[in-house]
Design a binder for this molecule. Structure first.
Ligand code: NAP
Length: 289
């Protein structure tokens, strides 16, 4: 069984990005600039933004974080987005989700300039992606494709079953894996899918993005499957200094022995998500050259 080590691959790709940034700087050009907006004090969101900031610095990017209070109004947030859209020195930015309940998330996403939408969440970028045009592709699905490609997992003609149809993971990954050149045959499952284990047992590649800890059990997979576990869950763990462990959507202790390849949690898809964001930011920067 092969571990699809996202952490190691992310380090390698970060080094590639850092090299490119060094070459740009050597020519006297400014560093690419990634900004993040975070509203409120949600612990997981703070951790995600801190990781994005750290990774930006590691590759030589300029990074800035706009921290806004939980009580921020939709109008104030939209003003900040306009400011970031217009700032020539900022190449790309993300708005960390989820937003507080009183803010309309889609309205906020729609306000982001498609040219700076390095999360690939705006309708324009999603439309371009679906049409196979040049686009910023959402970071997690892009990271999944990078993992499969760089580890040489065969995709052409393979049956890929995707669990979950969210706009940020399941739906775009199903689209990317079924496009020409990748050529999987994709089945997209959701909470209304009937006979789920029957379908998952047919998967050559199983992408679990369902948001339920240890949902995928050994009776749901066939021998030799490749599993991409997207789930991230913090569960209390007294043996850990920080008091919690991170687990995924797959019951790895029982499932991994049946796999030909599998992403661990943590250290699988997560690091590739951040790397994809960096790649998109570099692309946004280079588009302006
Ligand atoms: P989400 O928006 O909650 O979507 C979950 C999807 O799973 C929905 O489409 C839902 O179906 C489906 N579902 C729920 N219960 C089901 C069941 N019993 N049987 C079949 N389908 C079921 O989740 P998400 O944002 O895509 O995130 C999924 C997981 O990935 C979460 O754990 C999240 O933390 C993690 N995540 C990780 C990364 C990373 O970088 N590693 C990035 C993003 C998200 P319906 O549509 O019918 O409700």
């Amino acid at each position: 069984m092969q571990i699809l080590d996202g952490k190691a691959l992310a380090l390698q790709i970060k080094e590639e990005i850092a090299n490119e940034v060094r070459q740009l700087r050597a020519k006297g050009m400014r560093a690419p600039h990634l900004a993040a907006v975070i509203v409120g004090t949600d612990g997981a969101s703070q951790t995600y933004v801190a990781n994005k900031e750290k990774s930006s610095h590691e590759v030589g990017f300029t990074s800035s974080v706009y921290r806004m209070a939980e009580s921020t109004t939709e109008e104030q947030l939209l003003e900040t987005i306009q400011f970031l859209n217009n700032d020539e020195e900022i190449d790309g930015f993300i708005v960390q989700l989820p937003l507080p309940k009183h803010i309309n998330e889609q309205k906020v996403i729609n306000a982001i300039s498609p040219d700076k939408d390095v999360d690939g969440f705006t309708p324009i970028n999603i439309g371009r992606m679906v049409l196979g045009e040049e686009a910023f592709v959402p970071a997690t699905p892009m990271g999944i494709c990078t993992l499969l490609q760089r580890y040489g997992v065969p995709t052409s003609g393979q049956h890929c079953v995707v669990l979950g149809r969210s706009n940020i993971v399941g739906t775009p990954v199903a689209n990317l894996l079924s496009r020409k050149g990748v050529d999987c045959t994709v089945t997209l499952c959701h909470s209304r899918t009937k006979n789920l284990p029957e379908l998952t047992r047919q998967a050559d590649i199983l992408v679990a993005a369902i948001g339920k800890p240890k949902f995928v059990t050994s009776d749901m997979v066939k021998e030799g499957v490749t599993i991409i576990d997207v789930g991230i869950h913090r569960i209390p763990d007294d043996t850990k200094k920080n008091g919690y462990s991170i687990i995924g959507d797959v019951d790895h202790a029982n499932v991994d022995k049946h796999c030909s390849a599998v992403t661990p949690v943590p250290g699988g898809v997560g690091p590739l998500t951040i790397v994809s964001l960096l790649q998109n930011t570099l692309k946004a920067y280079k588009k302006k050259l």
